[in-house]
Ligand binder design. Sequence first.
Ligand SMILES: Cc1cc2nc3c(=O)[nH]c(=O)nc-3n(C[C@H](O)[C@H](O)[C@H](O)COP(=O)(O)OP(=O)(O)OC[C@H]3O[C@@H](n4cnc5c(N)ncnc54)[C@H](O)[C@@H]3O)c2cc1C
Length: 309
Amino acid sequence: MSEVTVIAEITNGKLNPATAELVTAASALGGDVVVVVPCTDASVADAASAYSNVSRVVAAKSSVFANYDASGWAEAIDAVSPAGNLVFLASAQSKDLAARLASKRGISVVQDVVEISGNNLTSPIYSGKAFQTVAISTTAVISVRANVFSPSPSDGDASMSVVDATGNVKSAIKELIGRASERLDVAEANIIISGGRGMGSPDNFKHLEVIADTIGAAVGASRAAVDTWDDIPHSMQVGQTGKTVNPNLYIAVGISGAIQHLAGMRSSKYIVAINKDADAPIFQYADYGIVASWEDALPVLQSTFSEMF
Ligand SMILES: Cc1cc2nc3c(=O)[nH]c(=O)nc-3n(C[C@H](O)[C@H](O)[C@H](O)COP(=O)(O)OP(=O)(O)OC[C@H]3O[C@@H](n4cnc5c(N)ncnc54)[C@H](O)[C@@H]3O)c2cc1C
């Protein structure tokens, strides 16, 4: 039987739980599922062998995986991954890597997949306004959106091998000096609380940060907030020209709900909007809406979350 390879998502040196979702997606493509875990320490791969429906796990060990670099990572992963379909998480980093691998192997890449039916892969296009389904007739590299496929249960016992993936790697990033932010990135978060121009000033984002720290969320922003205030970096921007996110919970505070913002977050599982204007468009897409100023609503939210978490 042919093999389909999941490239495990590594976040801060640990196996990202979304890797279990990739296993489910890979199973839908058919074939034996192999999980390749890029790592500097093979013990990171242990959790992957517990996923059910996995035939084997390859801990691809190399110092190149200490810091992300598309060229070095693609070289190392290519060397240890079997032929056949490759499945990545559709995070910003892994989409970059997926494209590199596809180019390296001379095969197609299909990004942001949200549904797999045999060889038919469905993904959103035009900022989520439409969906396209493409049929793959040969091997391809696929990236899969988080929080779409259910995670594979952890009752398996796949065999694990450790391989040195350094091989022909010609370049590696030895050290990263000054990361953009120490906070959780919106692209990786399961819960996001975002602020818009309605926050009034960048200083007021500290109220969002307190809540984010309480519930383990990332802090995002609308483009108006990013464009208006230098202290709100573009890395926080959600939307058509920012990041596309797919969290379980998205809390939009002082954000009107322009189509370009919705393009980046409307596939969130639950959307909560806080806006003082009852006619703000965001309420048409929110599962729960609070018509109030953030000055009134956030303290109540914070004290409730403090009791819960
Ligand atoms: C090509 C293009 C690409 C774009 N890409 C993006 C993108 O990636 N992401 C993005 O976000 N936008 C994007 N935009 C911009 C987008 O059109 C909107 O201008 C932007 O999303 C508006 O941001 P906002 O909702 O924060 O601000 P506003 O539209 O000014 O809305 C502020 C909201 O805050 C509310 N408010 C005010 N005070 C309070 C208070 N005290 N408490 C509670 N609520 C309050 C108001 O009622 C209002 O609804 C793009 C635009 C273009 C043309």
